[in-house]
Design a protein around this ligand. Structure first.
Ligand code: ADP
Ligand code: ADP
Ligand code: ZN
Length: 217
């Protein structure tokens, strides 16, 4: 099963994708995580992308299309994947169609996480991640059980994203409205678009997502 999770920054795409990966063995493909890894490793792609990401703008389509087409062709993706953060523009959506055709695959569903834009700055401002295992947390909505200790791996190092601030969020939300939201009708026209309420508590969002994907009866 190949799925796209769509929604503005902070909608909960990463949180839900991680759970789908854990429960159903689908591979989470987060282009944001892939870019941040390239930045950390000092790869040319990272060097090109870093300033753009910090500002909250979109990385050029041709770079993103190359990155994801190489990833989708890897053997582990054959069992199904969840795209989290791609596509973000109409040209990326069109390129994805071509890629899937090339590997004899198709999209099963595109799920929009519907959220109240006014709440998203609080979502991203409180977001932090375990540096060791990548588990995601939130100061208010999902704190660690023991202060300063990761629930999953007992790690004590956490990181916060440079772009999770109010200023970059303005640019990111505008990019979502202007460039990403237009891909919703692109998928709706094909009958694969579903919507889930992303403002509900995390476990409820997950259950609704499973329902929308036909994974539970
Ligand atoms: P995205 O990948 O769409 O940018 P994340 O999954 O990283 O979003 O979620 C952003 C932040 O909001 C994280 O700190 C996460 O713990 C928190 N969060 C995610 N889903 C919910 C929810 N349904 N209710 C409250 N907080 C949430
Ligand atoms: P969020 O979880 O807040 O939605 P991501 O982690 O998906 O953010 O992306 C972080 C940044 O990485 C984006 O603001 C953008 O600069 C860049 N990026 C990620 N995916 C794409 C993409 N498909 N196209 C262009 N830029 C991207
Ligand atoms: Zn951890």
């Amino acid at each position: 099963m190949n799925i796209i999770l769509l929604g503005p920054p902070g909608a909960g795409k990463g949180t839900q994708a991680r759970q789908l990966e854990e429960k159903y063995g689908l591979v989470q493909l987060s282009t944001g995580d892939m870019l941040r890894a390239a930045v950390r490793k000092g790869e040319p792609l990272g060097q090109e992308a870093k300033a753009i990401m910090d500002r909250g703008a979109l990385v050029p389509d041709e770079l993103m299309i190359r990155l994801i087409s190489e990833r989708i062709a890897q053997p582990d993706c054959a069992k199904g994947f969840i795209l989290d953060g791609f596509p973000r523009t109409i040209p990326q959506a069109q390129a994805l169609d071509k890629m899937l055709l090339n590997v004899n695959s198709k999209l099963d569903a595109v799920v929009e996480l519907k959220v109240d834009e006014g709440k998203l700055v609080e979502r991203v401002a409180g977001r932090f991640t375990c540096a060791k295992c990548g588990e995601g947390y939130h100061d208010r909505f999902k704190p660690t059980r023991a202060p300063g200790v990761c629930d999953q791996c007992a790690g004590t190092d956490f990181s916060r994203r440079a772009d999770d601030n109010a200023e970059a969020m303005k640019t990111r939300l505008k990019a979502y409205r202007d460039e990403t939201a237009p891909i919703l009708p692109y998928y709706a026209a094909r009958g694969v678009l579903k919507a889930v309420d992303g403002m509900a508590p995390m476990p409820d969002v997950f259950r609704a997502l499973e329902g929308a994907l036909g994974l539970v009866v």
